[in-house]
Write a protein that binds this ligand. Structure first.
Ligand code: NI
Ligand code: MN
Length: 233
């Protein structure tokens, strides 16, 4: 499974020849290195409706025929006419284009901005992508919560993508605790340094994870790719 960090909480994931794109915030993302036109995903996953996650999802899906998989109330709040959607909900498992997805809880809000004002966007979520190379957990925007250790840990996470920016989500200290509870082989920080208010010392976070948890921290710069391959190691 190949992951490419696209900046903020956006990741391109290639798994068994299927291209997934999580939270495609490209327009207005100061960390984005690609253009909206550069993305041709088969599947788009959305963790919630905030603009820095929904991003360019509808534009990309319309252009390349991607399926959007997201929480049912979020999809109800969006104009998805002409777009193939998979509207599932927390705790649900589904298979989209051969990829096994589980929607897991996140503690966060979810409104969608519309010309008429903010619209209820359901509950925020994270995703577990189950794959033979190792299971991937994208936490979305979330606070630290105990079910990371009780519910999500059961999926034997190979790699956890965790927000560390603080202010809108958990900060580095809680993300280290999340890493302890999740027992993932690898942890990749996200949702930091995009805006001044979520500026963090990522090298300090890396040291803390490496010293205080059993996980290895992988820091990706925007545009950088990394391979998750636990089956060969
Ligand atoms: Ni958010
Ligand atoms: Mn966010």
């Amino acid at each position: 499974m190949k992951l490419t960090f696209e900046g903020h909480a956006c990741f391109s994931i290639e798994a068994s020849g299927v291209n997934l794109l999580v939270d495609p915030f490209i327009t207005g993302n100061p960390l984005a290195v690609k253009k909206v036109e550069d993305f041709r995903p088969d599947v788009i996953l959305l963790t919630h409706g905030h603009h820095d996650h929904l991003g360019d999802a509808l534009t990309i899906a319309r252009r390349c025929g991607a399926t959007i998989a997201a929480q049912v109330d979020l999809l109800n709040a969006l104009d998805t006419e002409g777009i193939d959607t998979v509207a599932f909900n927390l705790g649900g498992c589904t298979v989209v284009r051969g990829i096994h997805l589980i929607m897991v809880p996140a503690w966060h809000g979810s409104t969608v901005s519309t010309p008429e004002g903010p619209r209820y966007g359901g509950v925020a979520c994270g995703f577990v992508i189950e794959h033979e190379d190792g299971n991937l957990y994208h936490a979305g925007d979330t606070a630290l919560f105990g079910d990371m250790g009780m519910v999500i840990e059961r999926y034997q996470i190979g790699c956890a993508l965790l927000p560390i920016g603080d202010f809108y989500t958990m900060g580095p200290k809680d993300a280290v605790t999340a890493a302890k509870w999740l027992k993932a082989k690898y942890v990749i920080p996200m949702h930091y340094n995009t805006f001044p208010i979520i500026q963090q010392d990522v090298e300090a976070f890396r040291r803390e994870v490496d010293e205080k948890t059993d996980s290895s921290c992988v820091v990706l710069t925007p545009g950088e790719s990394w391979e998750l391959c636990l089956s060969k190691s």
